[in-house]
Design a protein around this ligand. Structure first.
Ligand code: NDP
Length: 606
């Protein structure tokens, strides 16, 4: 009996852990490639049109040569949350510089059909309480999240000063003036006393480096630049009525593909889903939010309570109640339950790792068994099964992705871990067979492991001409993930070296926003012009980070992907891509204490 046959049984047999370990390893080894991240194409030159903004026309404007108190690079959640907190303390001239045509960041670009948040809206969408918005669904769809970004922009008056369709090209510290000199690709040359950086981890689309990609004669686009002119329909969910006579291929089966495939399956004459590695797809359980229920719980401070509860359930806490109740909190609760039954002296790191593995095996067996209950074609069902730990790749949650493969005209083309062989003039070739297509959609993700400067598009030149790329040559060094010694008045707004709460990235950002606004207010009220972490405090923080157990997601034994540097030895710098050693909950408690002490330990005001 094969493992697949066993998993179809109504009552699955006890998990054979050794067999699963072997299976996981074999599947991983099949996918390891010597070229790692270099397998992907940087979008430039002849391919540059894949980056064009299909959503907003670019408007001409005069270059800016003025001065602002605070410039923020990036108009997504990081910039919006930081700017909001700054305006609350009276800093009115915050200038957000954004490469898209509006606020929204990832939600500006990702308008593919079916896009929605994967973390519950109540904790995912920032500043709900401040803006008085009730999310319409447990997992809001992209148009609502984009509209919320615009709502934050309007509510806090951020539009007047914003520069859209603008990319920063250089940031230079002027010690004499205690300010940053900022240049952009639109000819701007302005100054700012403070700079915030929130360019996001996944904002540069990449293409798979498949032989012949430039030869395809049909239409093609990347999911983050959805071409509704070609497909018909709209991000709001209007059916893509121009695909009824089209043969469409989609390359990639990550979180993006999982969300848009059901919509493509409904719309296309023929849909071919080209798969290299299946995603784990757990239950979604989306539902509208009942305004009466919301009115009952939305008492002052509600969103902070929800955030803390989600983190406590998810990242090292022991909350009695689980307000969110979803796939993120489920795995953590299972692990905790296994640890709590152990006598105190047996709660060792080794036993914790074993509890983690046991819970993960159980969870993944459930996820694999679910496929057999939904997908009718046996071979397709078998090929959709993910053979790796749930946190090896981004976990997915969906209630119509698997079902889409029962739609007539929708075909899974599994490449047995090898990927698409070649792209020809008329279509895609896998294992020697050519699939003729009118359109190829690249759901091939975003650059992650590439150099920071390449992704950001600029470097920072700090005190004494030191470049950030050199200072971080052997890895990121910060305090709290926010401050870097030698780069006064710059604040990074992102999760790494802070809470590093991956299941709810915006929570990291809103906490950083609070911290930054408090420091800027303190400097202003006390006549200081510079804020900078001391070298010693930065080193102490980095040493503290290195005392942790390391990353729990995407370990070296995992199937390749952007969580583990495509399975290649990530080098010593990767050790620094971690969060607080005691977990996200501990970090949030710590930073709250750090802020409220009023001492700003390790940070110097001059
Ligand atoms: P991913 O990087 O997760 O997926 C890229 C896909 O392309 C993978 O399935 C990959 O296969 C496949 N691929 C690459 N090269 C080839 C090839 N040569 N042949 C066939 N397939 C290939 O990108 P996504 O855009 O799906 O997601 C990126 C991230 O964005 C997510 O992990 C998540 O963090 C975020 N996201 C969040 C969402 C949300 O919160 N709602 C929704 C969507 C995305 P392989 O796995 O083998 O490498």
């Amino acid at each position: 009996m094969t493992m697949t046959d066993q998993s179809r049984d109504a009552k699955p047999a006890a998990i054979d852990k050794e067999r699963l370990r072997q299976k996981y390893l074999a599947e991983r080894n099949k996918r390891l490639r010597p070229d790692g991240n270099d397998q992907y194409l940087q979008i430039k030159g002849q391919l540059a049109h894949y980056l064009d903004d299909p959503y907003t026309p670019r408007t001409e404007r005069a270059p800016k040569t003025d001065h602002v108190t605070f410039a923020f690079i990036g108009g997504g959640f990081a910039g919006l949350a930081t700017a909001a907190r700054l305006t609350e303390i009276g800093v009115k001239d915050v200038r957000i510089v954004e490469k898209g045509g509006d606020f929204g960041g990832t939600w500006y670009w990702n308008r593919y059909p079916g896009a929605q948040c994967d973390t519950a809206s109540m904790v995912y969408m920032p500043l709900l309480e401040e803006t008085g918005h009730m999310p319409s669904e447990k997992y809001a769809h992209a148009p609502e999240i984009l509209a919320h970004c615009q709502r934050i922009g309007k509510h806090f008056g951020l539009y007047d000063n914003a520069l859209f369709h603008t990319e920063v090209v250089s940031l230079d510290w002027d010690e004499g003036q205690s300010r940053w000199r900022i240049r952009t690709n639109r000819g701007d040359a302005f100054t700012a006393q403070y700079v915030g950086i929130g360019t996001g981890p996944l904002h540069v689309p990449k293409l798979p480096g498949i032989a012949g990609i430039e030869n395809f004669a049909g239409h093609s686009f990347h999911t983050s630049r959805w071409d509704y002119d070609y497909t018909g329909g709209s991000p709001q969910g209007a059916p893509m009525d121009r695909l009824a006579d089209k043969r469409v291929g989609i390359i990639g089966t990550g979180a993006t593909s999982v969300q848009c495939v059901p919509h493509l399956a409904r719309a296309c004459k023929e849909l071919y889903v080209f798969q290299r590695t299946p995603s784990s797809v757990d239950v979604r359980g989306n539902a509208p939010i009942d305004p009466n229920w919301f009115a009952g719980i939305a008492t002052p401070g509600w969103q902070q309570r929800w955030l803390e509860n989600f983190t406590a359930n998810q990242a090292g806490g022991s909350a009695e109640e689980d307000l969110v109740q979803d796939g993120w909190t489920d795995l953590s609760k299972r692990i905790r339950a296994k640890i709590m039954v152990l006598p105190h002296e047996q709660r060792t790191v080794e036993n914790m790792r074993a509890a983690f593995e046991d819970s993960d095996f159980e969870k993944m067996e459930e996820i694999r068994n679910r496929i057999d209950t939904i997908v009718r074609d046996r071979e397709t069902a078998r090929n959709l099964k993910a053979w790796y730990g749930q946190l090896c790749k981004r976990p997915c949650f969906h209630d119509s992705y698997l079902q889409a493969f029962n739609t007539p005209g929708t075909h899974l083309v599994d490449t047995d871990g090898k990927g698409v062989e070649r792209i020809a003039e008329k279509g895609i070739v896998v294992a020697g067979r050519e699939y003729e297509l009118d359109c190829i959609i690249y759901a091939s993700g975003f650059e992650v492991g590439t150099e920071y400067r390449r992704r950001a598009g600029f470097d920072l030149t700090g005190r004494d001409g030191v470049k950030l790329s050199d200072y971080w040559g052997e890895g990121m060094r910060t305090k709290h993930g926010i401050h870097v010694h030698g780069f006064p008045n710059v604040f990074f707004v992102q999760p790494t070296q802070g809470a590093n709460l991956i299941s709810n990235v915006p929570h990291n950002l809103t906490e950083a926003a609070r911290t930054i606004a408090l420091m800027v207010g303190h400097a202003r009220d006390n006549g200081f012009t510079q804020i900078e972490v001391s070298k010693e405090a930065e080193s102490r923080w980095v040493e503290l980070l290195l005392t942790g157990v390391g990353r729990m997601i995407g370990g070296p034994d995992c199937t390749p992907g952007y969580y583990n540097n495509e399975g290649r030895e990530p080098g010593p710098a990767a050790k620094l891509n971690v969060g607080h050693p005691a977990g996200a909950l501990a970090y949030f408690k710590y930073i709250e204490g750090w802020r409220s002490s009023g001492q700003f330990e390790g940070v110097q005001f001059r």
